[in-house]
Design a binder for this molecule. Sequence first.
Ligand code: GLC
Length: 732
Amino acid sequence: MRKLAVSAAMTSALIATAVAAKEPTSTNADAWQRAAATEKKMTDTERVVMTSGITALPNAGEKIPEDAVLGAGYVAGIPRLGVPALKETDAGLGVSWALGARGNEGATALPSGMALAATWNQELAYQAGQMVGAETRAKGFNVLLAGGVNLVRDPRGGRNFEYFSEDPLLSGILGGYSIAGAQSNHIISTVKHFAFNNQETARKFGNVTISEAAARESELLAFKLAIEIGNPGSVMCSYNRLNGPYTCGSEWLLQKVLKRDWGYKGFVMSDWGAVYEPGFAWAGLDHQSGRSSDPQVYFADQLLTDAGTDAKRKSRISDMNRRILWAVYSNGLDRFPVLPGEKIDKAGHEALAGEVARQGIVLLRNERGALPLAAGAKSIAVIGGFADTGMLSGGGSSQVHGDGGPAAMIPGGGRGLFNGWEQYQRGTTPLAAIRKRAGQDVTVTYRTGNYIAEAVEQARKADVAIVFANQWQSEGRDNPDLSLPRGQDALIAAVAAANPNTVVVLQTGSAVLMPWLDQTAAVLEAWYPGVQGGEAIASVLFGDTNPSGRLPVTFPASLEQLPHPVLPGHTEADPDKNGAGAPGQQVTIDYNVDGSDVGYRWFARQGHKPLFPFGYGLSYTNFATSGLSVKGGKATVTVQNTGGRAGATVAQVYLVARGKAATRRLVGFQRVSLDAGASKIVTMTIDLRLLADWKDGRWSMPRTTYYFAVGENAEALSSPIGIRLPAKRWAD
Ligand code: GLC
């Protein structure tokens, strides 16, 4: 039985092994030799078996094989050669519910990717991935379609909750460690959606335009880091077009960048419904996923027909198989076959989900010491957010539920497969957790918030009012703006007007506007907090947990501050059609506007002041960072807990100028826990790609003075220190 709870030391050791995987370890090299040997033994008919797979769900248009597990996908193996079938499940936040196809058998629901990102804790990311990977195996799957590392380019993006951050370093590192954790269970993980699928509107017909330099310095760097650290068996290409071709048929993206420049050994699988011709195989796609989602089966036998006697195409088909086999062998799917029914440490898994939730909660505002809740509070009015029902979760293929399925589903407004129902996860509800923690002699009332006057009445009578406010996000649809839906902004304003001691607890997919902010006493961002989210929120509210989350995305002060105040394609596309459009419909999504200056970098370039900056978060104690030095590719800084209680913070080092040219790039970060009064010297390795530009096909650092600053967010930074560095150029 896999013990999940490994010590930090063991995790570090495990991670070291995983990270070392970025070098061709014996496993990787052996796997490649074994793959070549097996492929040589294949017949031509066998060579097309694994090039396509089915959606293993009822009514998906294909007969489901006996040995399939109901879920995202199934790929037949080659028993004659000992190659196992691939049984695929979503996704990064837990083994997905798959629309309830497996009955009431659920899984441990992690908090959202945004919550995990707010921990800035790669060890925790590894353990989260390891936990999901263990449950993947226990349910009979051997492929986890996880590792979503697309950058959060637009706060309205419908899948932001699944992703990590606006920054390539933070996204790449956390994504890489979670992939490594998942694959430590001898299963394949993906990294996805390669690349630039950063919005749901027009996802199937949007054409993303971006220069190569901006592409390499932003999202491609996130993918490169995730691949270096996580060594994923497969890369999932995305729905959108990139500078013309669909990514799944882009020779530049798949053959040049991924396979030649980066030396990637695994296989590229398509997203479900992202293939439009057999030619995608010749452009570098290795596997047509969920083939009934496409207009036709373009791979499988069709490839043999299309290849005919063309030696180059036949060699490509051999390469497709070698790559799939490399993923199987390098992760030991043949040596450690999945045996359904493996026991899992459910309590341990839920405790881990709770730890992610606690570390991911960001304290955004805390006036007059409103939090932690005063011990003397005798009456608490809890309002809204379905806080008596469950924890909000994100919609789409990554939707997870525990045993018994959703605690509640309310119409989400969409008509697509995924975006129809806003779903709440079972567990101790926030209201129950607050009642339990408050104790018998505190009166805790609850009102839904549907009727503002009634809620205000309760708030007025209470010592403290806690308003839960939710913003649902889902695959298949973007949020039209950054307001809180269903009149919650008005509700919060009315409650805060009635009781100055109003605390707002946000459960949002990513950034929202807060027109009521100045009227409130405190604001917590809890994201989608997962199965133990209720307890985690109560733990922070009552001070059992000192909040340590730091924003992985910028919270804008208005839509006008964004590179695209109107989401590209929003007017043309039907937001509820799962990003699909009319045949031949085209929308240009121009990322050359911000280029590689995504998020906080854009705000710094434009001189915009956000509502809350990237990296921001308050604590119940205080920290000071000092003594920044940068030498030999490492940044060193002293962090001190100058307050009265233990806590954790994240030291962040930014490049703020090169010569006379101002810039803003996160180049290193380190989460650090300290007792009151304690201090620690932390050291971070600086990845030179963050100091460079992509020029003429290579990374290029000019000879100049590089200025670095340290702080606890992208705005509050120390005076910079400068070091001269020589010019340097190198390949990706
Ligand atoms: C979906 C998603 C992808 C998921 C796949 C299988 O449409 O884009 O993330 O892994 O299909 O469910």
